[in-house]
Design a protein around this ligand. Structure first.
Ligand code: MN
Length: 231
């Protein structure tokens, strides 16, 4: 029988073949102390700041359009965790059993929109959840790779280093993030979790070439294309 509504979830390429069907993108802010400080926040404050992007924000392409309605498009390189199983109220010791795989992602952010929203006490949604705001490299199955404390995470723009850290700098490691998020919402297969960015976030311009890497994962490379029409 033909479906009344023609829609399939975004399909993310998996290294070695196949696709991961994405349901939803969760993100966490302030998971590296130096980045919390550069944003004017206290890394000791203790709570996890979760937010969302729609799954349709995910993109695996050579070029990403500079979004409308911003003069300050920032890059945030992040380790991304993709869930093959769901759960609720998980203990950290059980959380990694949900993980299907890992990828390198960039949480693109309209920083000027976010700053204005924070000042006004408004939601961040339009600073984070716009079209093509979540470029993602190929997904590496968890059987082949898992995060190590000494693994380098880095981002270059036009060959110049902008962000560089190790995964051990995360305040909450992957298992703790999954457990904490599962106390807020029910997690489902297809959920994607951006785990926060290290220091060095900065603006991108049309024509820039971005290379994002985590040791052992497929590299993510994309250009910043011509600006979208604004609203
Ligand atoms: Mn981020």
């Amino acid at each position: 029988m033909k479906a009344a509504i023609d829609w399939t979830p975004p399909r993310l390429p998996v290294a070695g073949g196949g696709f991961f069907p994405a349901r939803h993108v969760w993100c966490v802010g302030r998971n590296y102390a130096e980045h919390a400080r550069e944003m004017g926040a206290d890394p000791q404050a203790g709570s996890t700041v979760f937010f969302s992007k729609p799954a349709t924000a995910l993109v695996n392409a050579d070029s990403v359009a500079y979004p409308a309605n911003t003069d300050s498009l920032h890059h945030e390189v992040e380790l991304v965790v993709l869930l093959g199983r769901g759960g609720r109220n998980l203990a950290p010791a059980d959380a990694l059993t949900l993980v299907f795989g890992y990828a390198v992602g960039v949480d693109l952010t309209r920083r000027d929109v976010q700053s204005r929203a924070k000042q006004a006490g408004h939601p961040w949604e339009m600073s984070k959840g716009f079209d093509q705001s979540a470029p993602l490299g190929a997904v590496m199955p968890a059987a082949s790779w898992s995060p190590a404390g000494e693994s380098l995470i880095e981002l270059e723009v036009n060959g110049h280093a902008r962000q560089q850290a190790v995964l051990g700098d995360m305040i909450w490691p992957v298992a703790d993030l999954i457990a904490r998020l599962s106390r807020e919402v029910t997690l489902h297969p297809g959920d994607v979790l951006f785990t926060g960015t290290p220091a060095g976030v900065d603006a991108l311009q049309v024509g820039d070439r971005v290379a994002a890497r985590i040791a052992g994962l497929p590299e993510l490379v994309f250009g910043v294309g011509q600006a979208e029409e604004g609203g």
